[in-house]
Write a protein that binds this ligand. Structure first.
Ligand SMILES: Nc1ncnc2c1ncn2[C@@H]1O[C@H](COP(=O)(O)OP(=O)(O)OP(=O)(O)O)[C@@H](O)[C@H]1O
Length: 299
């Protein structure tokens, strides 16, 4: 375990009655944004709650800003901003009251930045929390976390409930936060467009396991959809880079993880088209392939 990482999880497991998170290992360098992507019930929130010391792991090691979790969580969390979608503001207090409250606890509170965020997010400090819309509440919680200027932001579904314009504003804000290259962000999302836009590192999780983790550029470079004509004497194609193959007569569409020009040349087949894949397509292909592999192992 390195003291320099923004966070590090090694072999972390947690069992609930109907679900278990298995052997999760993840880490993030300072100055980077990691998107944690997975289907409903994959274990994203559980992973984040373990990292934040809100759940205790059955096995494995966790370090947050170089501190052992959960033993040194008070020291670690002083420099971590955490927002999850089940957090609520005090209903009868105004946003200004919340800002004063947080400023009183965290010495890093940046009042000028908080005022700029208020404007940027279109929020009114004097409005009681109970009268804020869902999206305004989400923006208010993010403002309270961002204006502390924490070294690490941990955000569970930060863009759910936000309209496209607010999402755009928020993601731009995240990228601005990282102008200072010691700061880092971990955020979970279903929205692969958001993740593709701002992440440096991406982790896919499904059914309690990390199924792929890589730099975003590496994912986008490695994956391709290749259409080719199958020669009459070659009714199928197999190579470990091919994670899926769809046939339409002699035309085959291959989903490829591990693409390169040399690899393509080595196929020796008449190629019709080669398309880059979006992160969403890569995510779906990764999850489906991982489920097929798991199923093949258990049958
Ligand atoms: N405290 C708990 N006790 C028992 N089961 C739990 C507990 N917390 C989570 N689970 C179960 O763990 C599984 C993973 O939940 P988790 O909230 O981590 O998923 P998620 O990937 O964040 O999903 P979503 O995208 O739907 O929010 C679910 O099946 C959930 O029912």
């Amino acid at each position: 375990m390195s003291a320099n990482k923004a966070f590090e999880m090694r072999g972390v497991s947690k069992a609930f009655r109907f679900f278990s998170l298995n052997d999760v290992s993840l880490d993030l360098e300072p100055g980077q944004i990691m998107g944690l992507v997975g289907p409903n019930g994959a274990g994203k929130s559980t992973t984040i709650r373990l990292l934040m010391g809100l759940l205790s792991a059955d096995a494995g090691e966790i370090r947050l800003l170089g501190r052992d979790m959960p033993r040194e969580q008070a020291a670690a969390k002083a420099d971590v901003g955490f927002v999850s979608d089940d957090m609520r503001l005090f209903a009868h207090a105004t946003l200004a009251w919340h800002m004063d409250f947080v400023a009183g606890i965290y010495p890093g509170w940046d009042a000028a930045y908080a005022a700029a965020l208020l404007k940027r997010f279109g929020l009114r400090a004097e409005q009681p929390a109970k009268s804020l819309s869902t999206g305004e509440q989400a923006k208010a919680l993010l403002l309270l976390a961002l204006a502390r200027r924490p070294r690490l932001l941990v955000l569970d579904e930060p863009t759910s409930g936000l309209d496209p314009v607010a999402r755009h504003e928020l993601l731009s804000e995240f990228m601005d936060v990282l102008r200072d290259d010691r700061r880092s962000i971990l955020f979970s999302s279903h929205n692969t467009l958001d993740v593709e836009r701002i992440s440096d590192r991406i982790t896919f999780i499904d059914r309690g396991r990390v199924v792929a983790a890589s730099d975003k550029e590496d994912f986008l470079d490695r994956w391709r959809r290749v259409q080719l004509r199958l020669p009459a004497d070659k009714p199928a194609w197999s190579a470990h880079e091919i994670v899926a193959c769809q046939r339409d007569g002699s035309l085959a569409t291959l989903t490829v993880d591990g693409f390169s020009d040399d690899w393509l040349a080595g196929l020796g087949a008449p190629v019709e088209t080669v398309h880059r894949m979006s992160l969403e397509e890569i995510f779906v292909a990764t999850v489906m392939h991982s489920r097929d592999v798991q199923q093949a192992r258990t049958t």
